[in-house]
Design a protein. Structure first.
Length: 581
């Protein structure tokens, strides 16, 4: 029998082989009935909300201690929904005005709130709507005295579901849930973040066909390519078992020497940095072998609050990161909201296409109060450290000139107040828009360095929204069009003595390491779990080999051809020792 092959969206890398288990979590549906004791229902709901907060606090601590702060933040965000004034206001109104039971009032309020998020037409917010529904189910189970436990597999199995919520992920036995495959879902969901953190292969967006995979039939999950093979033959299973064992050995070897530098076989040291979004992640970055911070996302200071952080608050938090990093470089991205990251207190208009709207540096230039405050805080906190400021979503030279003018104003403000600050500070830009790549030679005259964001660069170059499950596979940074733009930026920057880093998902792909190395990339920056693997990949090649590989990759026609070629290269090179160490 020929295996059935389904193609979805690669969500979490790795290979898993096991029987299919259809996971169908119980969803509580509230009945509707009138009540006389309104105060009693309010007390019941308040008690349920309090218990839900305790559960989410415990999950947050569990995630923080066991995995990391980014994963803990998922359940911290869930907890915030329980205090959201818009959601609670609607629920209290239903209770008091319509005199309905607490379960129904809560369910109706949560559904209305989630529907409002989905109606905006932004896929990132649609993913947050799924989080609202997850929280709503938690409260309903508490109100209804129903267990959240669902019978999971009794043996190691591939979990197949319509979709998975973060609560589903943490409820399943990790020893038995060896992979996740969902009909729906998107690559930005919190369930995907958890899968990656737990090291569990995952594929999303497989469509209706995955629902019909026979229970108990063996399947192969290739999380790196987004491929699910149902009922493969023994030869295919043997092949993938070898791949899985090779991946395990490579991973174990890489993590064992994570603290060592990435040095090519001909003795060239390549900087490998970390992408972080909190003070806690700075400590974890050092433990993962990072040589600095290639991207500090500052949005965590602005989200989930009612007003922007002031200069002193920002200074204290940035300074904590700098002190942890010592003299290691820290590239700080100025506020990057808009698009898929709206902020309520900024009163941002609903845009038909927010990814092409007022976001990144465009927003901060339109809000000088925010921009000056952040720049002053960055300059103050970077005093005595290796501060590099990078502006996001730059499309033109005018963007850079205007942004640098605010840096000068921030310096003047600090001088006037007699405050110490980082007088030696590099200023660079994110290359996320094709126009920035095309005019990189001109931009190199007004910036100190470049940082390439391949997530956005791929979606803008290939006109495919990376948050839309229907087209996101097209936004592939392995596409020759994207790789050629990266090469253009590096060549133009080096011609003028400027360094180039890359902080998109592509930097964290070991498969891409020889291409980026061959193009002359100076600095790789990525999520913490990828650091040891990319370091090891760099150690396998000489710069001459990498250059040859890059030239070949750029001559190919499609992303799939590039991936296939690089896969063959990786299998041929193997884990060759680096004699320069």
């Amino acid at each position: 029998m020929v295996a059935q092959s389904l193609q979805g969206i690669a969500a979490s890398p790795g290979i898993a082989i096991g029987p299919i288990f259809h996971y169908r979590p119980r969803r509580v549906m509230a009945e509707h009935y009138p009540i006389d004791d309104v105060d009693g229902e309010i007390v019941r709901l308040e008690q349920a909300l309090a218990e839900a907060r305790r559960e989410l606090d415990a999950l947050s601590i569990q995630m923080r201690d066991g995995i990391g702060p980014r994963e803990a933040a998922i359940f911290e965000a869930h907890r915030m929904f329980l205090d959201d004034p818009e959601l609670l206001g609607r629920v209290w109104a239903r209770l008091q005005t319509d005199r309905v039971n607490a379960e129904y009032a809560w369910q109706e309020g949560a559904q209305h709130y989630a529907a409002a998020l989905e109606a905006i037409g932004d896929n990132h917010l649609a993913a947050r709507a799924a989080d609202v529904q997850d929280v709503a189910q938690r409260v309903l189970r508490i109100l209804s005295n129903k267990t959240s436990q669902v019978a999971g597999p009794t043996e190691a199995a591939v979990i197949v579901a319509d979709d998975l919520a973060p609560s589903d992920i943490v409820a399943l036995d990790r020893a038995k849930a060896i992979a996740f495959c969902t009909a729906g879902g998107g690559p930005t969901s919190h369930a995907v973040i958890l899968s990656k953190a737990l090291g569990i292969p995952a594929i999303v967006g497989l469509g209706d066909a995955v629902r019909h995979g026979p229970e108990g039939v063996r399947a192969i999950v290739d999380g790196a390519n987004g491929t699910l093979l149902i009922d493969p033959d023994e030869a295919t299973i043997a092949e993938y078992r070898q791949r899985a064992e090779a991946f395990r050995q490579m991973r174990d070897s890489a993590f064992g020497v994570a603290d060592q530098q990435a040095v090519t076989t001909d003795g060239v040291h390549v900087e490998v940095m970390a992408n972080i979004g909190s003070v806690e992640e700075a400590a974890a970055a050092l433990a993962s072998g990072a040589e600095g911070v290639g991207l500090l996302r500052t949005e965590f200071l602005y989200l989930d609050r009612d007003n922007p952080p002031d200069e002193d608050e920002q200074t204290a938090i940035y300074r904590a990161v700098f002190e942890m990093m010592g003299q290691r470089p820290v590239v700080v991205r100025t506020l990057d909201v808009g698009g898929d990251k709206p902020v309520s207190y900024l009163n941002m208009l609903v845009e038909l296409n927010p990814f092409l709207g007022l976001r990144g540096v465009r927003l901060t230039l339109a809000r000088p109060d925010l921009f000056r405050t952040q720049l002053c805080a960055l300059l103050r906190s970077g005093e005595g450290h290796n501060l590099r400021i990078v502006f996001p979503m730059v499309a033109t030279v005018e963007d850079v000139i205007a942004a640098r003018r605010y840096v000068d104003e921030a310096r003047a403000s600090l001088d006037a107040r007699g405050l110490r600050y980082a007088r030696q500070c590099q200023v660079g830009i994110m290359v996320e828009v094709p126009s920035a790549a095309v005019i990189a030679d001109t931009l190199a005259e007004v910036v100190d360095f470049f940082s390439i964001g391949t997530n956005d660069l791929a979606q803008y170059t290939l006109a495919a929204d990376r948050t839309n499950a229907a087209v996101s596979p097209m936004a592939d940074a392995f596409h020759p069009a994207v790789l050629r733009l990266i090469g253009m930026v590096i060549e133009a920057a080096h011609a003028r003595g400027r360094r180039v880093g890359l902080c998109g998902e592509l930097a964290g792909e070991p498969l891409a390491a020889p291409v980026l190395l061959g193009l002359g990339l100076d600095e790789f920056s990525m999520g913490l779990r990828s650091i040891p693997l990319v370091k090891q990949a760099i150690r396998r090649f000489s710069t001459e080999q990498a250059g040859s590989i890059a030239r070949r990759a750029l001559s190919l026609r499609t992303a799939s051809e590039v991936r296939a070629y690089l896969t063959s290269v990786a299998s041929q090179v193997g884990d060759r020792p680096n004699e320069s160490r």
